[in-house]
Design a protein. Structure first.
Length: 475
């Protein structure tokens, strides 16, 4: 027997004519996204697995790819002659090495610019020639949870005069020019406190390992930032946006505009259910576009073939919607508040989705909410829900696997910093992903019922496409 999801994917047929495929390449400004290559260029699934990271090595930080292997900007290779010594040990980066010549009283000392903002550099900090301001900013950024976001799509120029204006772009620039977290973790070591033995302990091998580890972590920060930014721009239920939602009573039940030829009570009930599904669809519809835009910004996603992108979006849409809506489920009142404030009673959702699924949706929302994730973490979680290797018919599994793995690593890193004492949280989140997936599968099966009654349903075309509900006899 076909599961609902099988038919979701089997219905993929004429992708090139579909609305979703129009939405995917068209409505998103590619140049606004870090390092995205042309979607159409990655149509051939066979060409992709060996180079999922693209080939963009533009010096502009916002177009730098997020992965270590191809990130030339990540390692601080250019150094001034008198700084060379400070690169030999990671420890020496912790304090910053003065780049002033010994006669620093001289007014003729060279002006060496901060690689981040161009202000006068005070030394070599976290692996990069930088000013005091950027040094402090980088330390604070790494120590606290990342909740930075940019109002201008991550494209701000970071200069001395405006460096405080956009933290997101400033932190991105710090990462792009090669600032490394390592020294932050070890904290400041006072001068002269190290024994000779400690200084020689780092063998070449150890250093190589450190460099590799560092690069990997930088790539993870980049993913965290990018996904966080994508989430904040597309999810309407972030802590900030949710404040402006004002609740209003609402019902999915509307007067049937069918004629009386429907006949039996059973048919009338069916028509009612379809109508309620259709009414709910109008409220879910805008999220489809936003989930697509969110997806396109997930590092690596746009490098997948268009067919694979569609499979992931179609199969994952409901799960992402649900994870974005969790804050709006109220288990006490037994209501779901839609993004525009309309409050739907659970009883009405029961009719649309069946009581079993709705109960699971409520209990998922409650237990997920109890984990108290911030918006960046919810964004990473929903990105993990999207890029899922268990979706059927993926053509380039290697690439999807890679993206999935990186996203999970990024979520793990974010969790480890922001929820340090909750050692089980990451595995709890993996459990939550499985629960969400199970609900998604059941919802997929349920759609079969609506697909059979397509003639009773008049949903907007994009909604019909994401759930493969035909619009006409010929579809
Ligand atoms: Zn600076
Ligand atoms: Zn910015």
């Amino acid at each position: 027997m076909n599961t609902g999801l099988d038919s979701v994917v089997n219905g993929l047929g004429p992708v090139e004519n579909g609305l979703l495929s129009e939405v995917i390449p068209g409505n998103i400004s590619l140049d606004s996204m870090p390092g995205l290559t042309d979607v159409n260029a990655s149509n051939n699934p066979c060409s992709a697995p060996s180079s999922p990271v693209g080939h963009n090595s533009s010096p502009h930080p916002s177009s730098r790819k997020a992965y270590p292997s191809l990130s030339p900007n990540l390692s601080p290779t250019k150094t001034l002659p008198h700084q060379a010594a400070s690169q030999n040990g990671l420890a020496s980066q912790e304090q910053g090495t003065s780049i002033m010549m010994p006669d620093s009283n001289s007014t003729r000392q060279a002006f060496i610019p901060c690689k981040v903002c161009g202000d006068k550099a005070s030394g070599y900090h976290y692996g990069v020639t930088s000013c005091e301001g950027c040094k402090g900013f980088f330390r604070r950024s790494i120590q606290k949870q990342i909740e930075y976001r940019c109002l201008r799509d991550g494209k701000c120029l970071v200069m001395r005069l405006n460096r405080n204006r956009c933290q997101y772009c400033r932190f991105k620039k710090c990462l792009a020019v090669g600032m490394s977290r390592d020294s932050v973790r070890y904290g400041r070591v006072p001068k002269g406190s190290k024994t000779a033995e400690e200084q020689y302990v780092s063998s070449a091998e150890h250093q190589q390992y450190q460099v590799a580890l560092e690069k990997q972590q930088l790539a993870m920060y980049d993913i965290i930032l990018t996904v966080s930014q994508a989430h904040h721009s597309n999810c309407n239920t972030t802590d900030e946006k949710i404040k402006s939602i004002s609740k209003k009573t609402f019902t999915l039940i509307s007067k049937l505009d069918f004629d009386n030829t429907l006949g039996s009570t059973e048919h009338i009930l069916e028509a009612h259910r379809c109508q309620m599904f259709q009414n709910l669809a109008a409220y879910i519809l805008p999220t489809i576009q936003r989930v697509v835009e969110f997806a396109k910004r997930i590092p690596g996603f746009a490098d997948l073939s268009q067919d694979d992108q569609l499979i992931l979006i179609k199969c994952g849409f409901f799960e992402i919607w649900l994870s974005w809506m969790t804050k709006l489920f109220n288990s006490t009142d037994k209501t779901l508040t839609l993004e525009d404030g309309s409050v739907v009673p659970k009883g009405e959702l029961d009719i649309v989705y069946t009581p079993d699924i709705v109960s699971d949706m409520f209990s998922f929302a409650q237990s997920f909410g109890a984990l108290k994730l911030n918006d960046t973490e919810i964004g990473l979680f929903s990105a993990c829900a999207l890029v899922d290797t268990s979706r059927p018919n993926i053509s380039n599994m290697t690439m999807v696997e890679k993206i999935q793995e990186r996203l999970r690593e990024a979520l793990k890193l974010q969790i480890s910093r922001n929820h340090m004492s909750e050692t089980m949280l990451f595995s709890q989140l993996m459990d939550k992903l499985r629960q969400l997936h199970t609900i998604g599968l059941r919802h997929g099966q349920l759609l079969g019922w609506f697909r059979e009654r397509w003639y009773l349903i008049d949903t907007p075309p994009l909604f019909a496409e994401i759930y493969d509900i035909r619009k006409t006899e010929d579809d």
